[in-house]
Design a protein around this ligand. Sequence first.
Ligand SMILES: Cc1cc2nc3c(=O)[nH]c(=O)nc-3n(C[C@H](O)[C@H](O)[C@H](O)COP(=O)(O)OP(=O)(O)OC[C@H]3O[C@@H](n4cnc5c(N)ncnc54)[C@H](O)[C@@H]3O)c2cc1C
Length: 426
Amino acid sequence: MECDTLIIGAGIMGLSTAYHMKKRVPSKKILVIDKYAGPGQGNSAKSEGGFRNIFTSETNYLLADTSIDFFFHMENELGYNLKMESIGYLWLFSEEQYEKIRPAVEGLKDRGVELEVYTREEIEVKVPTLMTDFGDDEEAELLGLKNVDYGVFGKKCGSLDADALVRAYEAEFLKLGGEVKYNTEATELIVKPEMELGIPGEPFVWQEKVIAGAKTSDGEILADTTVVACGVWANQLMDPVGLDSFQRPKKRQLFAFKEPKLDPVMRTVGLNHENALPLMVLPTAGIFLKAELTEGSIWLGCADTIPRKFELEEDPQAEDDYYTNNIYHALVMYFGEFEDVRPMNSWAGQYSINSFDETPVIYGENGVIYVGCGSGSGIMKGDAIGRVADALWAGEAEAELHGGMKLPVANIGVKNRAVEREEFVI
Ligand SMILES: Cc1cc2nc3c(=O)[nH]c(=O)nc-3n(C[C@H](O)[C@H](O)[C@H](O)COP(=O)(O)OP(=O)(O)OC[C@H]3O[C@@H](n4cnc5c(N)ncnc54)[C@H](O)[C@@H]3O)c2cc1C
């Protein structure tokens, strides 16, 4: 089989890239393959679907802010029900934590990001069920729980249905005549000499080499350009040919709760139209939770770092005791309503982390374009990521993001990388 461009991976990154490429040059034969049976079945559909434009790095801000605008366009003008809910992000800090990020928050304000900084007293009115001050509580001290002194509330933030988003990109790509092939696993990238001599043993060290497609479970697919958009699995294809993906996989678990006892937690005052729990990040242990309005539940996760190992897992599962023996003890101190409440559902996926600057990596080399390192926020930056990959493919120095902002492609590449370190990471 032959095509102009082979895209390996039908997650948000692969499908957004495919759509933008096909839109630019409809005559090109662009084929997306995935080892699973449908789009987004890797990590995209397992995502929490949170979106926010509160990023301290200018690059991350641009990637997310313009993508969010495009998702609203997809919902409002193109008619896809992405379940966009502008419930906001409320990031909570102790006094000490806030002092450290105060300059970054000032920077966000200067940039014109729509946000509010709330004091403890204001948060107590807006989130009546939240415990903000542990006083001399010995248990809280033992657990190392931080008081809530400040909250940074991002308004152009909220929640969407990641599965619906991925399917919307697939639908737009197919409408343009793009092709997808599921249940097709790439097993190896094909390396060829740029000028074949027909001698056994090619390519030799002195020959220029190109990646010319991939061997797959359904035969060889030759392509002028091969896009590796395999998320956490990228190393399986790239390591054997000496290409670097700059990412490592780390498990992330989500727990869903639906329980009348938690109704008061779901309700907040004056933060959003629905008066619903925004996506809230607690000041301790990277615990975050949000109202999932589509099912009237609360989704909760925890961005643990050490000692959560880097490890690729084909089918990661949520750990039973992780919630009960771990998160629960801290959570119930902030929200007493969680006492004795157990999750009705749980699942796990993996972040594809570039821990150097927590920003996507997109670069091209020897016929390959690598699109990866979602670093826990690949959904919300998904549209811009596809546009940057497309601009690289087309040989453009700058990508035009939705709304007309320009981003130098090299900035999120490797050799001339120019991104700022991110302070707001979950
Ligand atoms: C629990 C959890 C919560 C998250 N919450 C958020 C959030 O709130 N907001 C946000 O923006 N991001 C979130 N993320 C991160 C987000 O899901 C990822 O950044 C994003 O999905 C990455 O997209 P991707 O296309 O790179 O990877 P994937 O969606 O994993 O796609 C890669 C695809 O490649 C395919 N593939 C791999 N190897 C091969 C092969 N050899 N041959 C063929 N196909 C192959 C896989 O099957 C897969 O479909 C979350 C992630 C997790 C796990």
